[in-house]
Each structure stands twice: as C-alpha cells, then as structure tokens.
Design a protein around this ligand. Structure first.
Ligand SMILES: [Fe+2]
Length: 528
C-alpha cells in the first residue's frame, strides 16, 4: 500500500508525459475531518505515496464539523471524507454527513466514518440514509486497512463521477444542440460550437479554432476559417487556414482521412453534414481527453451536423430572397426618376432607425427580433405599387393636377394589395406581409391627414411610420428631376418642423441619434 519512493518512480517512469501532467494536475482529494491532530498526521503519512489510476492523493484537513462543511461547500471535487463522529458535539460527524447529502446536495463524495468510541456506532438507518460507505473504529486504522478503504472509496467515487459526467455532458449536448438550431448565421453557429465544446469538457474555449472546407471531397483545397477563439483569434473569418499554422497538418489530415483526430498537439473533430458539407473543429484541451469525453464529443458532432447544413441552406434561401426583393423594388424604381441606390439606402436607414428605437426601449412590443430582421428589406418594397402608375403621371416633372394626384396616390393601396396577396402564401410575418403594411402606410401622416386611409398616430404600423420618415429624408437629400438636393441641415429642419403632424416624433429622434452616433457616410450618394 504505502509505496516507497523507488516503486513510485518506477511506476512513473513507465508512463508517458501526459500521465505525469495528469497526476500533477488532478490528484484525488481526500478530506480528513477530525478534532485530533494526530489522526491527520497519521492519515497523511499513510497515504503519502499512494496513487490510484495514475493520480496521487491530496489530503485536506478540517478539525470540526463546521469547518468540514465550509470546506466542502467551496471545494466541489473532494472524492472522500474520512469523518470523525464525536467532535464539537457528540454527533457532529453524523450531522455533517447529513448536511453533505441534504444541504450541499453532494451525493458523489464518499463518506467513511471513524470513531474513537467503538460503542457509539450510528444507527443502521443513518448509514443507509446518508450513503455512508464504511464505518471504522480508529483502532482499526492500520495503514493497510486505510489503504483498502481509501482505494475502494475512490473507485466508487470515480464510477459515480463518470456516470454524473456522462449525464451532465449529455444534458449539455441536448441543451446546446437545441440552442444551436436557433442560431441563424454560420459564424454564430461556429462560435456557439466552440463555446459548447468548452462547456461539455468543462474548460474554457481558449485555443479553440473552427475550420470549414466547402469544396467537394477529393478536390484539393485549403480549409477556411469560420470562427476562432483564444490563441487563434488573429485568424479572420473566411480566410484560408495558413499552411504554416501549427494545427494545419492535423486539420488537413482530418479532412483527408475523413475522421476525428486526437493527437498530442491538438484534437480535431471532423463533422460531415448530411448534405456533404464538411467541417472540422480544432482545439487544444488542457489535458488529454478520456474515452468518456471523446464519446460525448462524437455524440455532440452527430447532433449538430444537420445544424450546419440547415444554416448553409438557410443562408442560400435568405440571399435568394433578398436578391428577389431587391429586383422587385428595382423594377418598380426603374421607371421612376430615382437612382438604384435609393432602395438600398432606404433599407439601411430603416434598419438603423429600427435598431435605435429598439435600443432606446421604444415600442418594445413591436421591435421584436423578427421585426428587426425583416423591416429593412421590407421597406424597399414601399413604392412597388408604382408599377401600375402610368408613365405620363409618374414621370411628369410639373405639379400633378388633382386628378393625377388621385391616380398617383393609388400606388400605396396597389402595393399593399399586391404584396398582401403574395404574402398569404408565406406563413407568419414575412418580408412580403411587412412590405404590404409599409406600402399601404408610408404616406399616412401621424396627425391623420395622410392617405390612403387617413390613419392617425399609432394606428399606423411602426414599420410604415419609420419608412415615412426615411422615404422623405432620402428624397430631399438627393437630386430629383424636379428639385436640387437639399443640405442635411435643411432636410432635418424640414422633418423636425413636421414632427407630430406628418411624422412620429420618436422616429425622428431615432433618426437623429442614428446620424449622430453612427455617422453613416452612405446616406448621401456621390453626385447627389
Ligand atoms: Fe410612395
């Protein structure tokens, strides 16, 4: 049991550097709670050179039940408590055992009772209820017996810990996998995966790197970086992994061989998504991973593989939708006098104002994540109804007659109707349904004097109240056949004069904040 130095060193010499690092990093922790200092000294001596599964034993000491409790409430990795029964009170040890299981809710730590008064054996019920592993008289504490008791207890603790780690790891995987399915960008997903691997393995994400290779198998190409943390944060997104990067060889090997690699230098998880996209997550854990951890990671990779594919498809769909909406808006604008840049500026400025309103806590019911993600794109559809306006009226440089004005104003309702009809095909709120709202409401005035319905105040949808400001702002700031561009000051003075009458004052304030804080240089096009 107590090994002498020679034995110990022989054992160490047989193992590799990692095992040595492991021993040093994570000894088993055994807590002695006893009011007799001699017992601490004897225990320490007896367990001095003992190792179990390549890990040494660290002895912690407490001299009262209360001290023992404090220590256990701070140290969560104590494997075994060697616990005296009689200390500050007759039953201090039993009370501590009860508190460990009940108050600290620690069911993993093994407890061995030791008493100097053999006649005071605890009731059987206590041993059962508090999951006490053994009960010894101190006189029985020969070094050999202590060794057996400690090793048996550590083995029990290790088994429970493995089950618990497995349970927690799987719980984290289930939780994180469902979180990861809610993310809607590949970069965010990659960062989330790095964070979750850190959580599953219980170490920080330091030195973790995520790589993707998006070419077909067999075509030689460099992996691309999607996200990186820790020591590799200097690698930027969508940059080819430099061939001289210290992990490049292992990462390339994982792609080439099509499986995960666990090496001394780095661990590389290989993920093949159902639609053939291939990813690798490389990281360097502070200690070599055990079988349990590797198994958990492989379960995690299986769970998230489809998330990568989903996001890739989602990204494609989103880009296609954006391109379609821009084309639709351009089509309407192409007959008009405005430049193509108008729709894109309207989109960005609408997004900017919506974000400012959200940040300022205005209209929290309306500025939902869905609203914020759709409103910019939807805003560019505001004048789609103009496709139905005759050229003679749409392109007339002079003032419209009252009859022409009526026809001109029809574009709001026409846009709303066309987009509204199309939006029925899409479930829930979409770019089309919000576009319909904006088309129908962007000429309404805050005081009810606008068209087509004469809606007033908050009866006008927020999206339309924002676009009402943005549309006028951009039109005044740029050249039109019938007018020269205005200065920014003049435009702002015009809008401010009409707060509460034509425009929602909160939207104007948000525009002012946006211009002041973001200082966007794109609001004014070249040669405007
Ligand atoms: Fe309009």
């Amino acid at each position: 049991m107590v090994q002498d130095d020679t034995d110990d060193n022989d054992w160490l010499a047989e193992d590799d550097e990692h095992a040595i690092a492991q021993i040093a990093a994570r000894p088993w922790r055994v807590l002695v709670v006893d009011d007799e200092p001699d017992i601490h000294a004897v225990t320490r001596l007896a367990l001095n050179n003992v190792t179990f599964k390549g890990r040494s034993i660290e002895i912690l000491s407490a001299y009262t039940g209360a001290q023992g409790y404090d220590l256990l409430s701070q140290e969560h990795d104590v494997a075994l408590v060697l616990l005296d029964v009689v200390m500050e009170t007759e039953d201090a040890g039993l009370r501590l055992a009860k508190r460990i299981r009940e108050d600290l809710d620690n069911n993993l730590v093994r407890i061995v009772l030791r008493t100097g008064q053999p006649g005071q054996a605890p009731e059987q019920q206590v041993i059962v209820d508090f999951d006490i592993n053994d009960y010894k008289a101190k006189t029985e504490l020969t070094a050999q017996k202590l060794f057996t008791t400690v090793i048996t207890s550590l083995r029990g603790y290790e088994g429970l810990q493995t089950i618990e780690a497995n349970r927690r790891g799987l719980a984290r995987i289930l939780e994180s996998a469902s979180n990861l399915y809610q993310i809607d960008s590949l970069k965010e997903l990659a960062s989330g995966v790095l964070t979750q691997i850190g959580a599953i393995l219980n170490f920080g994400t330091e030195g973790v790197l995520c790589i993707m290779q998006n070419k077909s198998p067999g075509v030689p190409t460099d992996p691309f970086v999607i996200a990186s943390t820790g020591a590799s944060t200097h690698l930027s997104e969508h940059m080819a992994l430099p061939s001289d990067h210290i992990w490049a060889e292992e990462i390339n090997r994982a792609f080439r061989e099509g499986h995960s690699i666990f090496s001394d230098l780095v661990d590389v998880l290989y993920i093949r998504a159902p639609h053939g996209h291939r990813f690798a997550v490389a990281f360097s854990p502070p200690w070599p991973l055990g079988d349990l951890e590797r198994n958990l990671l492989s379960v995690f990779c299986d769970r998230i593989a489809a998330a990568f594919d989903n996001l890739h498809m989602f990204g494609l769909l989103k880009t296609t939708q954006e391109a379609t909406v821009v084309a639709l808006a351009d089509l309407a604008e192409s007959r008009d006098v405005t430049t193509g840049g108008h729709v894109r500026r309207v989109c960005r400025l609408t997004d900017g104002i919506a974000a400012e309103l959200h940040a300022a806590g205005k209209f929290p019911e309306e500025t939902t994540p869905t609203f914020l993600s759709l409103v910019g794109l939807a805003s560019i559809l505001h004048d789609v109804g103009k496709v139905a306006t005759p050229d003679s009226i749409l392109l007339k440089p002079d003032r419209h007659t009252p009859e022409e004005r009526v026809i001109m104003e029809e574009h709001a309702l026409i846009g709303e109707t066309v987009l509204g009809r199309a939006s029925v095909l899409v479930e829930g709120i979409s770019t089309l349904s919000m576009g319909a709202q904006i088309a129908g409401g962007h000429h309404e005035h805050f005081d009810g004097s606008g068209y087509p319905r004469g809606l007033k105040g908050y009866a006008i949808p927020l999206s339309a109240r924002i676009v009402a400001v943005v549309d006028v702002f951009d039109a005044l700031l740029h050249r039109r056949p019938y007018k020269e561009p205005w200065s920014l000051e003049a435009v702002m003075a015009y809008l401010q004069e009409r707060r509460n009458t034509q425009f929602d004052p909160d939207v104007i304030d948000a525009l002012v904040t946006f211009l002041e804080t973001k200082k966007p240089d794109w609001i004014i096009a070249k040669g405007h």
